[in-house]
Design a protein. Structure first.
Length: 446
């Protein structure tokens, strides 16, 4: 998920149909290789574990290959065999692959953990993966991978969402007090006023980039924090009605729709780097291009506060064990290996993401104290977990529910409609009712 589009855009769609290639199926079906025979004799060679990873950025692919090679060298009694699956279809591949055809270990989009678990495709890691591994992880990662009190995933990295600002353009508009900490966040009203000031001073007449070009379900990650900052989750106790369509959320969405006059459509993805706007609402993956374009004029700013404190997104790709694996202990040993600081550091150096281990994050020149992206780590340390968002927490996992794909689509569709001029109350009512109807149709995913 770095350069131009967020990695979280792959979505697991329950019930999707996809023909998995013969090669992939064959690669997945040997999960019990190396297990004792029915006669009780010892295996002839090392236990073989199948590992699936997404074939994404070149740096991530190389990191996966290096990890597997190093693991095999350090563990002669286990042989990890890596299969790289195209990133574009990875979520659909996991959704459409039968439980007993999944590998022993696999990477997946963290937001889909609850859906995978509901489909009985993930094994709990409690008692298999050392408690020390979870203790080393960012609180946000542990929160995202915990379902009904059990831990189902670990992750080498997390994500961050904030505002990027152009200090020179802000100063030219008379803005000298720029918030850089959670406590200093602008209120939504202050931010609205500021957009008008910036637009008046900008040659383009615009002030903000919201990454409109990402389209689709981008709002599920980017703009859910507005709902949370207004004091509501998307869904409370399994019900969207009363939460997603609450009066404070309606008011917040109406305010955001009013910002559109100040937003650059950004079809070329250069609104911020070419200095057409002073502010960009996006994640950590935009940092390299933004830093190259602005240098010391670049500043990272918390998202505006709609009354319940500034809120932000979290979550990225995770790792877990196949529920049907006959080699869970060996698979857990592989997970422990790749969660070592060395490998977390290697992959986050390659993809620029927020390091998933607190020690690596603190030692990072980018995310540690004094680093340009220090705010991201501060936000992730204050995860709201699965509880309702309060003023004391900042990052909120995407709804930990098997229904997340439906919730995501309904909210995103409502956001784009409101942003385009539709009535906020009507659209949020419609989305909330659709989410609740889906839950009823699926016995509340029990």
């Amino acid at each position: 998920m770095q350069a131009s589009t967020p990695r979280r855009r792959s979505r697991l769609i329950l019930g999707a149909t996809l023909t998995v290639t013969a090669a992939l199926t064959l690669a997945a079906c040997a999960g019990s290789a190396g297990a004792p025979s029915s006669s009780g004799s010892a295996p002839a060679g090392p236990v073989t574990i199948k590992v699936w990873a997404q074939e994404g950025q070149a740096g991530e692919v190389q990191a996966a290959k290096d990890e597997v090679a190093a693991f095999n060298a350090a563990n002669p009694d286990i042989k990890a065999e890596l299969t790289l699956v195209p990133q574009a279809t990875y979520g659909q591949t996991l959704a459409s692959t039968a439980v007993d055809a999944l590998p022993d270990v696999y990477e997946f989009d963290g937001e889909t953990a609850a859906a995978l678990n509901y489909a009985k495709k993930l094994a709990p890691l409690d008692g298999l993966v050392s408690d020390a591994v979870f203790a080393a992880q960012l609180p946000s990662i542990v929160a995202e991978g915990t379902i009904d009190g059990k831990k189902y995933s670990v992750s080498q990295y997390d994500s961050g969402l904030a505002l990027y600002g152009n200090k020179a353009m802000l100063k030219a508009a008379g803005v000298t007090d720029i918030p850089t900490t959670i406590e200093q966040a602008w209120t939504a009203d202050e931010f609205t006023t500021l957009l008008g000031q910036l637009a008046a001073k900008s040659k383009s007449g615009k002030a903000l980039d919201l990454k409109e070009q990402y389209a689709g379900t981008w709002p599920g990650y980017a703009f859910t924090p507005i709902v949370n900052s207004a004091g509501q989750p998307l869904v409370r106790a399994g019900k969207a009605v009363g939460a997603l369509n609450a009066p404070e959320v309606v008011a917040a969405m109406a305010k955001v729709a009013g910002w559109r006059q100040y937003v650059d459509p950004n079809a070329d993805d250069k609104a911020f780097t070419e200095k057409r706007v002073a502010l960009a609402w996006v994640g950590h993956w935009a940092y390299p291009d933004n830093k190259k374009a602005l240098g010391d004029d670049l500043v990272v700013i918390p998202l505006p506060d709609f009354g319940n404190g500034t809120k932000s997104g979290q979550g990225s790709h995770s790792w877990g064990l196949g529920a049907a694996s006959a080699n869970k202990e060996a698979g857990a040993k592989f997970l422990e290996f790749i969660m070592q600081d060395k490998w977390v550091d290697q992959i986050t150096q390659a993809n620029g993401a927020v390091p998933g281990n607190t020690s690596v994050l603190n030692a990072s020149k980018l995310y540690g104290p004094g680093g340009d992206l220090f705010l991201y780590g501060q936000q992730l340390a204050k995860t709201c977990g699965s509880a309702d968002p309060t003023p004391a927490c900042v990052t909120v996992p995407r709804t930990i529910s098997p229904a997340w794909p439906v919730i995501n689509k309904q909210f995103s569709d409502a956001f784009w409609a409101i942003y385009g001029g539709a009535d906020p109350q009507r659209e949020l009512d419609k989305a909330a009712k659709a989410i609740d109807q889906d839950a009823a149709d699926n016995n509340n995913y029990q």
